[in-house]
Design a protein around this ligand. Structure first.
Ligand code: ADP
Length: 396
């Protein structure tokens, strides 16, 4: 029997899924992929096969409140069930944003694990509940198939203590107020891809810029995460589509004390109305901003590039120098102009852009004699989850 792994990435209003078939020892090839969007409003279900051709589309009236994820997963299970007879599901891998202080590796989910993960909801109130709803739904509609939780925080759990703490009294650290770091599945995928794609920087001092709608950067030394721009939540560090990135906590005190803003209003401001969207007043989407002639769009881009350059300097310093810079995720993989501006701003580090290679999206985008090399490497968090799920179920 061939090994088939279902990967679920459940967000607040969408569920992305990928069905992987076994391909070699640790690689998996996509058989089906798709998403259910609009959960809570007007759910739309779309499936593509391994060639990218759309093979199924559906929509349905929304079920009673609170059952959105369960109902969506039931539709997915009903769709997949007849398709997988001779490729019985070996396991289901779930992206889980927060593993708290203790989960530093993927784990097979049982009731005790699920209770632990529920305990981390206050640490990631916007993401963790959706992730857990996805897990509960697959337990209900695909019974008997083991579920594995793969954490966005896990790759960062061995940061040195100085990178893991805030300078506030230790009691807060003890209860979990720590600099966790996120996008760990993406960084781990890139770290594992380096020997094949960028062998000259594999095992060396590398800064990876994950620039998507969510954006962060990670310092990797000898394949291990040393520090990250994200901290306690996925708000810190770089400005993002709608999230603010680094902000002086005094601003929050001002908003509360002088403007009378409630916690919910501040959460809405920092998560949904800030970043590229807040700066430009136009859009959270980099393509729209790059195409705009509005000076506010140009300023939002200037700010984004400035912060990437600034954080690269900081991460290069904690690494004691830098050998390579990797761009990944939507903006990192596609936005030639952003990569060009970042690389030119880092020329002082010994990084010399090759404009032609950059226009062709690399993979190597620096000149052959550039002391520090820069690369474009597409990330694949789902592939990473499939590998982890297979490994966690080894022998079952
Ligand atoms: P998510 O964090 O939602 O997974 P992605 O990694 O898909 O996000 O990245 C989305 C971002 O990538 C958006 O800002 C989008 O504008 C940007 N992007 C995608 N393609 C391009 C492109 N060709 N040029 C510039 N930006 C792009």
């Amino acid at each position: 029997m061939r090994t088939t792994i279902l990967v679920i990435n459940a967000g607040s209003s969408s569920i992305k899924f990928t069905v992987f078939g076994h391909h070699g020892d640790t690689m998996f090839a996509v058989r089906y992929a798709g998403q259910i969007e609009g959960i809570g409003t007007e759910p739309r279900f779309k499936v593509q096969d391994e060639t990218g051709a759309v093979v199924h589309e559906d929509s349905w009236a929304n079920p009673p409140p609170g059952r959105g994820h369960a109902y969506a997963l039931e539709q997915l299970a009903n769709y997949l069930d007849p398709k997988l007879p001779e490729h019985k599901l070996h396991g289901i891998g779930h992206r889980v944003v927060h593993g708290g202080p203790d989960y530093s590796a993927p784990v097979v989910i049982d009731d005790a694990v699920l209770r632990d993960l529920e305990g981390f909801v206050p640490l990631a109130p916007l993401h963790q509940p959706a992730n857990l709803a996805g897990i509960r739904a697959t337990m209900e509609f695909l019974p008997g198939v083991p579920n594995v939780a793969c954490f966005d925080t896990a790759f960062h759990r061995r940061h040195p203590p100085v990178a893991d703490r805030f300078a506030i009294p230790e009691e807060f650290y003890a209860e979990g107020v720590r600099r966790y770091g996120f996008h760990g599945l993406s960084y781990e995928y890139i770290a594992q891809a380096l020997p094949a794609v960028a062998p000259e920087i594999a095992g060396r001092r590398v800064v990876v810029a994950h620039l998507g709608n969510g954006a962060s950067m990670c310092a990797i030394s000898a394949g291990r995460s040393i520090d990250s721009t994200m901290g306690f939540t996925a708000l810190d560090g770089l400005p993002m589509g709608t999230r603010c990135g680094q902000i002086d906590p005094g601003v929050l005190l001002y908003l509360m004390q002088e403007k009378g803003m409630a916690a919910q209003q501040i959460e809405d401001l920092l998560y949904k109305r800030s970043g590229l969207f807040g700066l430009s007043g136009i859009s959270n989407d980099m393509r729209t901003l790059l195409a705009s002639s509005d000076p506010r769009a140009a300023f939002a881009i200037d700010y984004f590039v400035y912060r990437i350059i600034r954080e690269t300097g900081a991460l290069a310093a904690v690494l004691g120098g830098i050998d390579g810079l990797v761009f990944t995720a939507g903006i990192g993989e596609h936005a030639t102009a952003i990569r060009e501006r970042v690389c030119r701003g880092l020329a002082w580090l010994g990084l010399q852009l090759d404009p032609e290679a950059n226009a062709g999206h690399g993979p190597r985008i620096t000149t052959p004699d550039s002391r520090v090399s820069a690369w474009v490497i597409p990330t694949d968090e789902e592939q990473m989850i499939a590998r982890h799920t297979f490994a966690a179920l080894d022998g079952r």
